[in-house]
Design a protein around this ligand. Structure first.
Ligand code: IVH
Length: 666
């Protein structure tokens, strides 16, 4: 084949693989094959420098640093959006639109509001020729060389459209952000505050080789100007067209009708927000019909046909009043920030975790500082960083107490751990309370009605010291407690009675042994079949259990070596806690025995919990992280770093269809 033709063929093929890999997360060929194509192209281009061109995928690595960015006049202005902060404002928006259009119900295109920075990409005859930031909306900066390094941005469109501007947002995925910050930290360089800052900092680099190393991403949300292609009359179909040309469009983009459709979308995306692989700060509603958009027009710099419905801010600034130390179930001392109340992520926050002593040092948090508090989804609020410029002269450093603030026992820190622990064990009321909470929790003994407050009262009044004491509770004692009526006391006793019938796995889990989570408890129950077998096990026989390594075996052995732990177990059995015991299952008896699965992303046909149950019923182990012991990774929609890891390690990946087919084949 003629060299020019082969080069063109290689470029097209490599870009197609880039699209499959970076945009669809669904590569067609193994990395080595891709590398071969890439090297062949590089070789041909070196041999024929006259054939080198800027739209070649080999040019995505960045080039010579610039002195400054040139200015770019946008041919169509880059507008901003008006915001809506609550339902009433959305209702008013929908009403204005309906009135202006004289319609009872309007069709809207709905999209995430990406938290990155706006850019415009110009293509001539289908080739990427220029990219610019938004700037003030009419003049931006020429960041063409940097955008060329963004793998998901096509250097050539699927069709040779004469002249088109693609509008969208450059952003950094959360996993790339945390990787970047790990690297920055390791190099002793400044970390970025959030993915948006990291994306902006990476795009505005005069040295495009730095941008190339930063793993930026991009989603399109509109078309600026277009000549040489017939655009469809609806926004969603324009997005469809962009997708066909190879431009990334987020899969959360949708079409809905009326106010209910808008609010339903807001809630749906809001619920997914924390799990999405990239940051969003709201959703955007746009009248879908382009003729209607034109009829509605613009007010100053924002379209009348669109609005951004913002989520409550996930970060807010407040004062750190004090740092207190909480003691957890395993004795871990967690420093907790007491804050001046601040509204963040939709709720008022007064406490936030500081994780551990090392984190406090790393972030250089001091009492009296102004801090940024972050609350994402259901995650516990945390102190993200200090606003150094606002540090008062009398800010105090935090000192970890030398003894447990609850029971006074001394605290110890293992060399390889970042946490300090109280050595008091169940002597420490804080640990006792947590142990009881865990024992009663839904996935353990499932004692309905034994809430935190009640545990607190029972321990403080010395009525309950160990889990076994719960089964000795008496009505007359219970009703002496504050706010405890006869009816709730009876309900509680009934719930405790019900909890007696359990499973061996739940019982083991409920004991709250360090490093023995739900899945290890299931493995132990399955392996030993009876509690007596487990109690008789030594560290060696414990390590025969699937996925039990020296650490878990040691924790088990430590726990069983304590006579008071064995006493509690004995008392629980004497109190009537029971389960069906069975012969230890030979590990090979079920279809997936010995196989480890990891579930990632969202499955359409069943929840992750259901998938897990099905797999476990077939003997599989379902693990939370991918390692070279993993046999299969089941990747649903929006699968993230676990999928990357699987690919890295060469673990078999099943998509939902393949997974369902596998289940059915049994
Ligand atoms: S449309 C004519 N759609 O939000 C309307 N903008 O506050 C132009 N943004 O500068 C914007 N996600 O950077 C649109 N799905 C989305 C968006 C989005 C994020 C940004 C964009 C814009 C800013 C306006």
């Amino acid at each position: 084949m003629e060299v020019t033709a082969r080069i063109a063929q290689l470029r097209a093929e490599i870009e197609r693989h880039n699209y499959r890999y970076y945009v669809l997360d669904d590569p067609l060929i193994p990395d080595v094959e891709y590398d071969k194509l890439f090297r062949e192209l590089q070789t041909l281009e070196t041999q024929h420098p006259e054939l080198l061109s800027t739209d070649s995928p080999t040019q995505r690595v960045g080039g010579k640093p610039l002195k400054s960015f040139a200015e770019v006049q946008h041919r169509t202005p880059m507008l901003s959006l008006n915001n809506a902060f609550n339902e009433d404002e959305v209702r008013a928006f929908d009403m204005r639109i309906r009135e202006a259009l004289g319609m009872a119900e309007v069709e809207y295109a709905v999209e995430p509001k990406f938290d990155g920075l706006a850019v415009t990409l110009s293509y001539r005859d289908g080739v990427f020729v220029q990219g610019a930031t938004r700037g003030d909306g009419s003049t931006g900066e020429d960041v063409t060389e940097n955008l060329r390094t963004v793998r998901v941005i096509p250097l050539r469109l699927g069709e040779p459209v004469a002249d088109v501007e693609v509008r969208g947002e450059v952003l950094m995925f959360k996993r790339d952000f945390s990787r970047l910050n790990d690297e920055q930290r390791a190099r002793g360089e400044k970390e970025f505050a959030n993915p948006r800052n990291a994306a902006a900092g990476s795009l505005r680099q005069l040295d495009s080789r730095i941008t190339a190393s930063r793993h930026l991403s991009f989603f399109a949300y509109g078309i600026g100007l277009c000549r040489g292609a017939d655009l469809p009359g609806q926004h969603d179909r324009e997005m469809e067209l962009l997708r066909r040309w190879g431009v990334p469009v987020a899969q959360q983009c949708r079409v809905v009708r009326g106010l209910d459709g808008l609010l339903g979308y807001y809630n749906e995306i809001g619920a997914q927000r924390a799990a999405l692989p990239f940051d969003i700060d709201g959703v955007v509603y746009k009248v879908n019909d382009i003729a209607q958009q034109q009829q509605l027009g613009f007010v100053s710099r924002a379209p009348r046909f669109a609005v951004a419905h913002k989520f409550p801010a996930e970060e807010a600034m407040t004062t750190l009043l004090d740092i207190e130390v909480q003691v957890g179930r395993t004795g871990a001392l967690t420093p907790v920030a007491r804050l001046a109340p601040v509204f963040v992520g939709g709720v008022t926050v007064t406490n936030a975790t500081l994780h551990n002593e090392d984190e406090i040092r790393r972030k250089d948090v001091r009492i009296g500082d102004t801090v940024v508090v972050r609350r994402a989804g259901d995650v516990i609020p945390e102190v993200a960083r200090v606003v150094a410029e606002r540090r008062p002269a009398d800010a105090r450093e935090f000192v970890m107490p030398a003894s447990c603030p609850v029971c006074g026992s001394h605290v110890a820190r293992q060399e390889d751990e970042s946490v300090w622990r109280c050595t008091g064990g169940l002597f420490c009321p804080a640990q006792r309370k947590q142990a009881l909470r865990h024992f009663a929790s839904r996935r353990a003994m499932n004692i309905d009605g034994l809430g935190d407050k009640l545990v607190e009262q029972l321990v403080d009044a010395h009525i309950v010291n160990t889990p076994a004491d719960l089964y000795k509770l008496q009505l007359l004692k219970l009703i002496t407690l504050e706010r405890m009526g006869e009816k709730s006391a009876l309900n509680l006793l009934a719930a405790i009675e019900l909890s007696k019938h359990t499973t061996l796995a739940r019982f083991i889990f409920a004991l709250g042994i360090r490093n023995v989570g739900e899945s290890t408890a299931k493995d132990l129950a399955q392996h030993f079949g009876s509690l007596d077998n487990l109690l008789a096990a030594d560290a060696d026989s414990l390590q025969q259990v699937r996925d039990v390594g020296p650490v878990v075996a040691q924790s088990m052995a430590d726990f069983l070596a304590e006579t008071h732990n064995r006493d509690v177990i004995k008392q629980l059995r004497e109190a009537g806690v029971y389960w069906a015991e069975h012969q230890a299952q030979p590990v090979t008896s079920l279809p997936f025995s010995g196989k480890t699965f990891v579930l990632t992303g969202t499955l359409a046909a069943l929840t992750r919990e259901q998938a897990k149950e099905k797999l476990e019923a077939l003997g599989a182990k379902v693990s939370g992280s991918v390692s070279n012991k993993t046999d299969y990774v089941v990747a649903g929609v929006e699968a993230g770093s676990k999928l990357d890891k699987a690919r890295e390690l060469g673990v078999a990946v099943l998509d939902e269809q393949q997974f369902l087919a596998l289940l059915e084949s049994i």
